[in-house]
Ligand binder design. Structure first.
Ligand SMILES: [Mg+2]
Length: 264
């Protein structure tokens, strides 16, 4: 009798473990992240794209600072996540734990201050500083994460990692006002980001003013005033896939994504 209780207890805990394993494996939404996160973490192509972009950004900083001859105060505006800092271990955790993004998990990750610098990012900020060009970080990390973000950037060696150069999200994810604030004091020579909203609100998918033709209309700005970083893991491009005002489960979202794939 005692033995059978023992074995059923063993069976129960083994079952729990197995169910845990299964549920980790079965979040369809985080499973769709696998190839994106792998490419971001493993491929040399990813590293080369970041280095290529920062090399080009340095050329622009150098050219503009020579052209300027001390006339204006110069600045570059950069985004933080997936532009300067690599949060792919957070995305990897979502896959391993079978979870999807939520603000609480994200805050926990930010508070750990463990994001690493992207290839060429730190050197770029130091290069800009040597050329008298200030770097402003406009990010949609929320203001309560300011100290953790400064600590993380400093740990990695970024220049201008201080509260005067970080403009985090207060009320809106629209970065226009924060960009204008810098542009009223500096000549902004360059914008770096992984999301269209890092450049101009008009490009942002999901916003009411979103205009898909804008990217073509402003074709002369890419690589000249705007430099785009690769982020296949997430972005506002996803918002336009999901109908507004509707609560969708992870399974619904995963299905919608598959249905949006063009294939023939
Ligand atoms: Mg970003």
């Amino acid at each position: 009798m005692r033995k059978s209780i023992f074995y059923s207890a063993i069976g129960f805990f083994a079952g729990m473990l197995f169910m845990g394993f299964i549920s980790n494996e079965l979040n369809p939404l985080s499973n769709q992240l696998v190839n994106s996160v792998l490419w971001y973490q493993q491929s040399d192509e990813m590293k080369a794209i970041y280095l290529q972009n920062f090399n080009w950004a340095k050329q622009i900083v150098e050219m503009e600072s020579i052209k300027n001859q001390g006339q204006h105060k110069l600045a570059v505006i950069v985004d933080i996540d997936e532009t300067m800092l690599d949060n792919s271990p957070f995305e990897g955790m979502l896959i391993h734990k079978g979870k999807s993004y939520n603000r609480q998990l994200w805050d926990e990750w930010v508070k750990r201050r463990e994001a690493r610098a992207l290839p060429g990012a730190v050197e770029f900020t130091q290069f800009a500083q040597r050329h008298g060009v200030e770097v402003f970080y406009i990010s949609n990390r929320r203001v309560h994460n300011l100290q953790a973000t400064i600590d993380n950037l400093r740990k990695e060696g970024f220049a201008y990692a201080d509260s005067a150069h970080l403009l985090l999200r207060q009320t809106t994810s629209d970065k226009t006002e924060r960009r204008e604030q810098i542009a009223s004091l500096y000549k902004v020579i360059l914008y770096l980001g992984d999301n269209m909203g890092d450049f101009d609100e008009i490009y942002r998918k999901g916003s009411s003013q979103y205009d898909s033709s804008a990217v073509w209309k402003d074709s002369n700005l890419w690589g000249i005033r705007y430099i785009v970083m690769p982020n296949p893991m997430y972005g506002t491009w996803e918002y336009s896939l999901f109908p507004r005002g509707k609560t969708l489960t992870d399974k619904d979202k995963a299905e919608i994504k598959i249905n949006h794939i063009t294939g023939y």
